[in-house]
Design a binder for this molecule. Structure first.
Ligand code: MG
Length: 338
């Protein structure tokens, strides 16, 4: 339609964004396949084979509002997010680039604080920020700061969204919805009982430990559009069904409280420090133990499994004994979440 406009929902990481990517980006870009994972796969990043090595790379723009929030800030998020997209492809992060665009008048001290956070996350993940770009736009042309990070890594064993197999167990590495709930709470000034805190964290150590402990297939970080969005992507690309058990979903009390208050589904909220993965049933215990020993994996749980029935669909077994389809969200419940 000639007078259609971009809406905030198009940036929400759900079905609205997917449609935009398929209708415009994949149509307009004349892209040849240069490696095992390219643009058409719409995975967490791309993979290119160079000699006997598989290079993975990914890029992400960060626009979170507010830029400082309980548990982190835009700097930590911009490094962790890219580290995690490499990690869920099985890639050990090697180096990163960052491009910063700031609005004229942005406080110098805030910029220093953000750089310090970026460095902390990078040091923890064992990755170096080796190149970048910095631009300033006139006041009002941008809301504060936007940070884009690009990362490269090497995958010994490439993981894609299409690898989940029937019978494999689904692990989530901890509580769900923490980042999304924290941003909504801070932005709207909502107080709930208990502290809301973002889970933002770089997860290469966790992903490495899991892969070492057993056969791990599809991995995905459930960011925008949450666990519901990530599982739907895995189910449809892997052509298997996924059944998850509502009673097993780890959700913190404050996140539950906020969701109840605002009528939000925690399955659709953004996570910035969690991984969903498929694991062979025989390796499930050893992988779970290995994850739980890592810094960010203490709350890891099995929440479901991949089935032959209902290929491409995610089914929730409810606590009252029923079951329902979990649809892919149109987008995250609120914009500018990461
Ligand atoms: Mg991702």
């Amino acid at each position: 339609m000639p007078d259609e406009k971009i809406t905030l929902e198009h940036g929400g990481g759900g079905t609205a964004m997917m449609k935009l990517l398929v209708d415009i980006v994949l149509k307009e870009f004349t892209h040849k396949k240069v490696g095992p994972v390219g643009l058409d796969e719409l995975d967490d990043g791309a993979a290119i084979t160079i000699g006997d090595k598989t290079l993975v790379f990914t890029t992400d723009a960060h626009t979170v509002k507010p830029i400082f929030f309980p548990g982190g800030d835009i700097g930590h998020l911009s490094v962790s997010g890219t580290v995690n997209d490499l990690s869920v492809m099985g890639g050990k992060p090697l180096a990163m680039a960052c491009a910063v665009v700031m609005e004229e008048g942005f406080p110098m001290e805030d910029f220093r604080r953000i750089c310090r956070s970026m460095n902390e996350a990078a040091v923890e993940a064992g990755v170096s920020i080796v190149t970048g770009d910095l631009k300033v736009v006139e006041k009002g042309a941008l809301d504060g700061i936007v940070i884009t990070t690009t990362g490269v890594g090497i995958a010994e064993s490439l993981k894609t969204d299409a690898q989940l197999k029937t019978g494999q167990k689904i692990i989530i590495t901890g509580t769900i919805g923490d980042h999304g709930a924290t941003i909504i709470g801070s932005r709207e000034g909502i107080k709930v009982k208990g502290d809301l805190k973002s889970d933002v964290a770089p997860l290469w150590g966790l992903a490495k430990a899991a892969m070492k402990a057993g056969t791990v297939s599809a991995m995905k970080d459930p960011t925008r559009s949450g666990v519901a969005g990530a599982l739907n992507e895995i189910a449809s690309k892997s052509k298997v069904g996924i059944v998850i058990d509502e009673a097993e979903l780890p959700i913190s009390r404050p996140v539950k409280n906020l969701c109840e208050m605002l009528g939000l589904d925690p399955l659709t909220l953004t996570n910035e420090g969690k991984i969903l993965m498929g694991v062979d049933a025989k390796d499930c215990d050893s992988v779970l133990q290995a994850i739980r020993r890592t810094k960010y994996g203490a709350g890891a749980k099995v929440i479901g499994e991949a089935t032959r029935d209902n290929p491409g669909k995610v089914i929730l077994k409810t606590v009252v004994g029923g079951s329902r389809v979990v649809p892919p969200p149109a987008g995250d419940p609120i914009p500018r979440i990461c």
